[in-house]
Structure formats: C-alpha cells, structure tokens
Design a protein around this ligand. Sequence first.
Ligand SMILES: *[C@@H]1O[C@H](CO)[C@@H](O)[C@H](O)[C@H]1NC(C)=O
Ligand SMILES: *[C@@H]1O[C@H](CO)[C@@H](O)[C@H](O)[C@H]1NC(C)=O
Ligand SMILES: *[C@@H]1O[C@H](CO)[C@@H](O)[C@H](O)[C@H]1NC(C)=O
Ligand SMILES: *[C@@H]1O[C@H](CO)[C@@H](O)[C@H](O)[C@H]1NC(C)=O
Ligand SMILES: *[C@@H]1O[C@H](CO)[C@@H](O)[C@H](O)[C@H]1NC(C)=O
Ligand SMILES: *[C@@H]1O[C@H](CO)[C@@H](O)[C@H](O)[C@H]1NC(C)=O
Ligand SMILES: *[C@@H]1O[C@H](CO)[C@@H](O)[C@H](O)[C@H]1NC(C)=O
Length: 277
Amino acid sequence: MHPNAVLAVVLVGNLMLPFITAQNEPKINASGPIILSADSYGTPVTLLCNLTTAHTPHKESFWMKNGQEISNTRTEHRNTSYRINKPRADDSGEYKCVYTFDYAPNANATIEVKAKPHITGHKRSENKNEGENAMLYCKSVGYPHPTWTWHIVDGTSYKDIDNSTGRFFITNRDNYTELNIINLERENDPGKYECNATNVIGTTVEITILRVRSNLAPLWPFLGVLAEIIILVVIIVVYEKRKRPDDIIDDDEPVGPMKTNSTNNHKDKNIRQRNTK
Ligand SMILES: *[C@@H]1O[C@H](CO)[C@@H](O)[C@H](O)[C@H]1NC(C)=O
Ligand SMILES: *[C@@H]1O[C@H](CO)[C@@H](O)[C@H](O)[C@H]1NC(C)=O
Ligand SMILES: *[C@@H]1O[C@H](CO)[C@@H](O)[C@H](O)[C@H]1NC(C)=O
Ligand SMILES: *[C@@H]1O[C@H](CO)[C@@H](O)[C@H](O)[C@H]1NC(C)=O
Ligand SMILES: *[C@@H]1O[C@H](CO)[C@@H](O)[C@H](O)[C@H]1NC(C)=O
Ligand SMILES: *[C@@H]1O[C@H](CO)[C@@H](O)[C@H](O)[C@H]1NC(C)=O
Ligand SMILES: *[C@@H]1O[C@H](CO)[C@@H](O)[C@H](O)[C@H]1NC(C)=O
C-alpha cells in the first residue's frame, strides 16, 4: 500500500471516531449564563437543565457549584432546576448539572453565574516601623475570578507602584492578592494603597493606608522627659546667673569697693559655703 493511503485511512478513522460517539452522547439542554448585578441581588434566579437525548435511561441528576456537589439536589427527573433564592456576589460561580448512568460515564452541562467582584476582606490600615515589612491583602468573591492590580492613590490621581528599589512583591491567587513591602522606608512608602479587582462584569477597589513610623518613635516619651529635664536645668542655671549680681551687691557692699569678676565668684563661693554651714 502507498504510505499516503495508510495515512488517509488513519486520518479518516480518527475523524470518524468522534463523529460516531458524538451521535450516542447524551444531550443536555441547559439555560444560559446569568449575570448577577446589584439590581438583581435578592431577585430569585433559577438554573435549568433537561436531558433531551441519552443512549440509555439515566439514573439520577445532581447540581455542582465550583466543583462541589450541592447537597439535596439529587433527583430522578429528566429536567432539573436549581433555585438561588436571594442571589449575592458569592452565589456566582461555575454551576453544573450532572446526570449519572448505570453503564456509561456521567454527562454534564455548565451554567456560568457571573457577578462583579466584591472585596470581602482587606486591612483598613497597616502601621509599621521603618525597616520592618508590611503585608497588605485583599480577598474577593465574584465569578469569574478577578485580575488583580495594586496602585497608590495620591489625592485624586493613581500611580503605579515604583519598584525601582525591588522591595515590592505581589502574589495573586484566584480570589486573593497580597502585596508585601520589605524593609520599609519612611520617606517613600507611606500612602494609600489600592487593590483593584476587575473581571468581565466590573471593577471593585479597596484602600489600605500604610503608615511608617520612625525607629525613634518608641523613644519619644523618653526623649520628652529628657527634654523637660534639660529645659529645667537651663532655667535653673539662667535663674542662678541672674540672681548672682544681686547677691554680690548685697554681700559685698559693706565689705569694700568693687572687685574683678573672678574674685567676686571666689567670694561668692565662700559666702555660699558660709551660708550652708
Ligand atoms: C431548550 O430549552 C429551551 C427552553 O427551555 C427551548 O426554547 C429550546 O428549544 C430547547 N432546545 C432544545 C434543543 O431542546
Ligand atoms: C425536556 O426534553 C424533553 C425531550 O426533548 C422534552 O419532551 C421536554 O418537554 C423537555 N422539558 C422541559 C421542561 O424543557
Ligand atoms: C419538569 O418538566 C415538567 C413538565 O415537562 C414540569 O411540570 C416540572 O415542573 C419540571 N421540573 C423541574 C424541576 O423543572
Ligand atoms: C463533565 O463532562 C466532561 C466531558 O464532557 C467530563 O470530562 C467531566 O469529568 C464531567 N464532569 C463531571 C463533574 O461529571
Ligand atoms: C477562594 O478560592 C479558593 C479556591 O480557589 C476557595 O477554596 C475559597 O473558598 C475561595 N474563597 C472565597 C472567599 O471565595
Ligand atoms: C520588584 O522587584 C523585585 C526584585 O527585582 C522582584 O523580585 C519583584 O517581583 C518586583 N515586584 C513587582 C511587583 O514587580
Ligand atoms: C481597575 O483596573 C481596571 C483594569 O486595569 C481599570 O480599567 C480600572 O479603571 C481600575 N479602577 C480603578 C478604580 O482604579
């Protein structure tokens, strides 16, 4: 046989296989994707599936959300529905109706329920000392999972994070983002850090205020006391110096004429010593 003929047979065989199996595969008629919006929150939503064709009678069906079976949804009917009574952002996700068969693999259909991300956790503020590390995070509900970005809000404008010092690290998971800043700098790092969760439906942001204290901050109460002591000492010294000329005049007048400062001081010392005795 010509090698090309062999290739053609193989190709036809491969093309025929999915075509044949597709004919026998069960078909599920499922309701379309749903978008939850702030307006529709609270309005019940119903997801529908109907097994329209099947190679053999099915056994039962159940519903799944994000890969987990939803309890109490098993039924034996061809058509099955799942009702979300008061939908909220965290009811969004990937729903599946699954039909089981005795001697064939499960069949399923997917219904996407989408919603704008809703940030369910973040820090309002982070207070650290310079040289320490800061950890900021945001977590969300809302399907599809958001794309995360971080910005710095400066008044009404947005800045990208300047990572020229290589101290900023961002870790993103499906519904979680973490911003780590190491070796904090008091001059550059304080500010309003905004996490931005964006999916096809919309955007949500939250702000964390980062404060960076000087390393001297814990010393401030002590420095305050020290300053008070210094001021007190200065006041006493100044007061003593002002007082002295009067003392000298009072004590020296009867003794005799004015003398030089140095001898005055010397006398003053003697007088004081006498007085303390
Ligand atoms: C699927 O169901 C919808 C309404 O439930 C109906 O309009 C449509 O014709 C159905 N499609 C098939 C292939 O059965
Ligand atoms: C489900 O599909 C079957 C077979 O196509 C059809 O007879 C039946 O009316 C459908 N039920 C609903 C609720 O769409
Ligand atoms: C299934 O379809 C029948 C009519 O075909 C309807 O009476 C019944 O309520 C449906 N059940 C569900 C769970 O949608
Ligand atoms: C859904 O069907 C796909 C094939 O269409 C299969 O790969 C998958 O495992 C099924 N999932 C479940 C949960 O049955
Ligand atoms: C976030 O996603 C993980 C898996 O991707 C899931 O286990 C967890 O429940 C989710 N958390 C929220 C709040 O949606
Ligand atoms: C910042 O720079 C460091 C070092 O170059 C790098 O490892 C890190 O991924 C960067 N962070 C961001 C958010 O780009
Ligand atoms: C959030 O990020 C998206 C995508 O980058 C952008 O379109 C949107 O303007 C940002 N929102 C805010 C409030 O920064």
